[in-house]
Design a protein around this ligand. Sequence first.
Ligand code: NAG
Ligand code: NAG
Ligand code: NAG
Ligand code: NAG
Length: 671
Amino acid sequence: MAFSGKNPTCTLLFLLSLSLLALHTLLHHPRRPLPSLSAAAFLSSASNSTVAAYLRHLTLRPHLAGTPLSLSAALFVHSHFLSLGLAARIANFSALLSYPSHSSLSAHFGNGSAAEIPLSDAGGVVPPYHAYSPSGAAYGAAVFLNFGRERDYAALAAQGVGVRGCVGLLRRGGGLSRHEAVANAAARGVAAVLMFTEGGFKEGVERGTVMEGVGDPLTPGWAGGERLEADDPRVAGRFPGVPSMPVSEAAAERILGSLDRARLPSAWRESFKSGDRRCWGVGPGPTMLNFTYKGEQTMATIHNVFAVIRGSEEADRYVLLGNHRDAWTYGAVDPNSGTAALLDIARRFALLVRSGWSPRRTIVLCSWDAEEFGMIGSTEWVEQNLLNLGSKAVAYFNVDCAVQGPGLFVSATPQLDDLLVEVTKQVKDPDSENAYVYERWAAANGGVNQQIQRLSRVDSDFAPFLQHAGIASIDMYFGIDFPVYHTAFDSYDWMVNFGDPLFHRHVTVTGIWGLVALRLADDPILPFNYLSYSAELQEYKNALNALMGESISLDPLAAAIEDFTAAANEADGEIKKLRADGPALLRRRALNDRLMLAERGFLDPEGLPGREWFKHLVYGPRGDPESEIEFFPGVSGKRKGGDEEAKIRHEIWRVSRAIRRAASALRGGLT
Ligand SMILES: *[C@@H]1O[C@H](CO)[C@@H](O)[C@H](O)[C@H]1NC(C)=O
Ligand SMILES: *[C@@H]1O[C@H](CO)[C@@H](O)[C@H](O)[C@H]1NC(C)=O
Ligand SMILES: *[C@@H]1O[C@H](CO)[C@@H](O)[C@H](O)[C@H]1NC(C)=O
Ligand SMILES: *[C@@H]1O[C@H](CO)[C@@H](O)[C@H](O)[C@H]1NC(C)=O
C-alpha cells in the first residue's frame, strides 16, 4: 500500500479514515495500544518492494570502507535522501584502515605429502583477511587451540601439549573477540593464528577486524587533527603481536583431520557439534604449516551520511537512527538489510513530511562508514560531537543486520523496555498470520522481560553512543545467526533464498524502528521508564551478591540503588501528573531533560580500568572476557597483582557513585 500526501484534502481524508480505522481497532482489540495519527500513517506506508529494491541496488557490488565503490554507496544513500526532499549531508573523516596484499598457506603432512591450502572464498571481493593483523610469516607445527580461552590452554597443558612456536588453529567463539583470541595466543608464544567459523558455508571465510577497542587507532578519544605515530604504544598496543588469518571450515577440517589426536582434551571432543569432528586431532603436528601474510595499513577517507528532519518545537533535541553501510563483501545481511530499512524509513518519513507532519524533536538518520574495522565512522563522529550529543541527544537506535533469519532480538538500556513492548504490539509479525510481533516474541522465551538483552557488547555502532557518550540506546535485528557472516556469500541471492524471501521481516524491522523513533520524537513527555532500570540494577546487585558471597560488602551499591529507585518513583509520579495536567511547556521540557540526562550519570570521566575510553560503568566490555557477568564491567575485570579485594571494593564504590549521579540527574535539583 502506498499513499501520496501531496493533496491536502486527500491527506485530511486519509488521516480521518486512519483515525476511524484506529478507533475500529481500539474497539475490537481493546488491549492493543492505539497508534497516533502519524504512527498509523507511517504503518500504512509499509512496502516490501521498495526495501527489496534498495537492498538490490546496495548489494550489486562490494563496498569495503575506503574504496571507490564504498564512496559510490555513500553517494547513493545521499542522493536517495536528497531525492526525498530531506536535508542531507556527507561528513568525511580520514582514518587508518588496513587491507591485505598477499597471503599463502601450505601444509606438509606427516605422510610426506604437501598441499597449498586455498585461502580465498571467491573472486571479485577482498580476499579473506584480518584487518590490522601485522604482516609476518610463520613455519611451525599445527596445533588446535579450541576457542583459545584460558581454560582451553589449561586443558592443553594438562595433556602435556605445548603451543610455543606453533601455528594455532582457533575456532571462533567462546565469548572471545577476534582480538582477544589472537592476543591470548600470542601471549602464549603461538607464532601465528588461523581462525575458522563453525556451522557456516564450508567454503566461506569470515573476515573481520582484530583491532582492540573502537575508532581510528591514530586518534583514540578525539576526532581528526592530531594523529599519533603508528609506533606509539597507544596505537601498536591495539593490534595483536602475531599475524592471523581467517580460513574456511573446509580448510580447518583438512588440517585438523591430519593432526595427532592422542591428546585431544575430552571436554572439547564432547563439544563438537557433528560426529565426524571426533576425528579432529590437537597436535602439535605432525602436520607443519607454512603461513605468510602481508598487508598494509593506510590512511583512507570514510564517509558518514546524514538526513535530518528538523523538529518543529524542540529542534535542539535529537533522536538518532543509525546503521553502518560499509561491508566486507556485498553485505546483503551485514549491514545493508539495515541500510535498506533506513532508506525505507527515510521514504516513509518523507511521505509524512509531505502530508504536513513535522516531528516535535529533530530526527537524524545516520549511515555510518568503516564499522567493520572497529566502529570507526560512528566513533569519530560521536567524539567530534560529544558535547552537543551529551546535552541534546534523547536516544540512539541502531540497526546493523536488520534481517539474518527469523525471530526478533532486541537489546536496550532498560528505560526503553516499555516503549519496545508497546511498539511491538503495533507491528505485524512477519512469520505468522494475524499476530503482532509482541505475541511471538513474548511467547518465545518465558516472557518479554527475559527477552530484552543489554548492551555491554562492543559489536556495532551503539557502542560509542552508549558506552562513551551515555546516550540511551537500542540495538535490534531479526534472526540470531547466519551462515554467510562476513563471507563472499553474503549476497542479495542469499537474502532472497534464505534470509527473507518476501522481505516481510525487513518491513517488520522498519516498522519497529520507525514507530519507536516517532514516539521518541513526538511524545510530549519522553517515553522513558526508569523503574525498569532500577529493577534491573537490583537484579545485578543480587547476582553480584550470589557471586561474591559475604567477602565483599555491597552496602554502598544497595544504598545507591535505593536512592535511584526513589528518584525513579518520583519521576514516574511526576510524569503521570504532567500527563494529566495537559500542556505545561517548560515544566515538561525540564522533566524531559532530566529523563534524557539520567543515563549520562552512569558515565565516569576516568572510564573502565585499563579501558578508559569506555566511560559507562553499568554497560561496557568486560575486563575478563570469560567473566560471567555482563554488567558493571569494571567490577568483573581481571586484576593482576595487588590487593584484589580492595580493587573490587573500589569498583563497587565507583558504580555506586555512578548510580547516585544518575539518581541525582533524574531528580534534577541541587543538594
Ligand atoms: C565529503 O566527500 C564527498 C565525496 O567526495 C563530497 O561530495 C562531500 O562534499 C564531502 N563533504 C564535506 C563536508 O566536505
Ligand atoms: C597424506 O595425509 C593427508 C592429510 O591427512 C591426506 O590428505 C593425503 O591424502 C595423504 N597422502 C597420502 C599420499 O597418503
Ligand atoms: C614458506 O613459504 C614461503 C612463501 O611461499 C617460502 O618462501 C618459504 O621457503 C617456505 N618455507 C618453508 C620452510 O617451506
Ligand atoms: C511482497 O509481499 C508480497 C505478499 O506476500 C509478495 O507477493 C511479493 O512477492 C513480495 N515482494 C518482494 C519483492 O519480495
